[in-house]
Design a protein around this ligand. Structure first.
Ligand code: NAD
Length: 249
């Protein structure tokens, strides 16, 4: 296993079918804490109480206490240089798709066009009774009153995947297909402990892909899957990678 960003750039330049898997770490520099950071959302709200689908069905008002904080974080966040670098990689022809575990819509806002939302998106709300979809921006949430369905008055749920819910079928199938066809996967800012998302780099590796990780620390993938680990914050290392690739092209 290597650490050289120059070697990572050369590997990407020579690859034909590159995909990325991203996690909460890439959005930390946009002001959205990751899953495990001290002071993050999960310090304040126990995921076993606030982030399961059963909790939402039984006590949606309580779960919305956490969702208001999540929405506030998302509303205040803009894509950072790490997101923008992945959009550059796509426009330069070096990145075919992003599979993201993030629900913050920041890859789409950065300009990436082929983004698979593996865990959904907090920007859309859905009625779990009649299925009607709404945009988050259709509601004034400043009074902290949970939004309701105009048709059946049920409290709406963001289209994020709660614990106990299945990964959206389309996202699951497309991700597996992409992973099995990729010859290189870039894994950015994920602790790779949440399944089935963490199996995506394994599917890619089993199908012959190289694995490049961008993280501030080693992960469970590092010593048995990763070919190159680029250590450092994604907001710094990904723009550096793009700079090297531009000089190579
Ligand atoms: P995680 O919190 O488990 O792991 C974050 C990883 O990012 C860690 O390995 C950490 O070392 C790394 N990291 C932190 N700062 C970084 C930086 N600046 N640059 C590069 N790497 C950095 O996150 P996960 O693996 O995505 O899994 C947690 C779950 O929580 C996911 O399901 C995700 O949907 C959800 N989540 C999403 C958001 C979001 O949408 N922004 C935020 C928090 C949690």
């Amino acid at each position: 296993m290597e650490h050289s960003i120059e070697k990572a750039a050369a590997m990407i330049k020579n690859a034909e079918n590159v995909i990325a898997l991203t996690g909460a770490g890439i959005s930390v520099e946009s002001g959205i804490p990751d899953f495990r950071s001290a002071g993050g959302l999960w310090d304040k709200y126990d995921p076993a109480v606030y982030a399961t689908i059963n909790s939402f069905i039984r006590m949606p008002e309580k779960v919305w206490e956490m969702l208001f904080d999540m929405v506030d974080l998302k509303m205040g966040a803009k894509p950072n240089p790490g997101h923008l670098a992945l959009a550059d990689l796509e426009s330069m022809g070096h990145l075919g798709a992003i599979i993201t575990q993030n629900i913050d819509n920041l890859h789409q806002e950065a300009g990436n066009r082929n983004v698979i939302e593996y865990h959904g998106n907090v920007s859309r709300l859905q009625c779990i009774k009649c299925g009607t979809l709404y945009g988050l921006d259709e509601f004034d949430l400043s009074k902290k009153v949970p939004p309701r369905c105009a048709d059946c008055d049920r409290i709406l749920k963001p289209t994020v995947i709660f614990f106990g819910e299945a990964i959206p079928y389309d996202a699951q199938v497309r991700s597996q297909t992409l992973a099995s066809k990729a010859d290189l996967i870039i894994v950015v800012g994920t602790s790779a402990v949440v399944y089935p998302a963490a199996s995506i780099p394994m599917i890619a590796k089993d199908s012959g892909a190289r694995v490049i990780e961008f993280n501030i620390e080693e992960t469970p993938l590092t010593h048995y899957l990763t070919d190159i680990l680029v250590l450092g914050s994604a907001g710094k290392t990904l723009p550096e990678l793009v700079g090297i690739l531009r000089r190579m092209n």
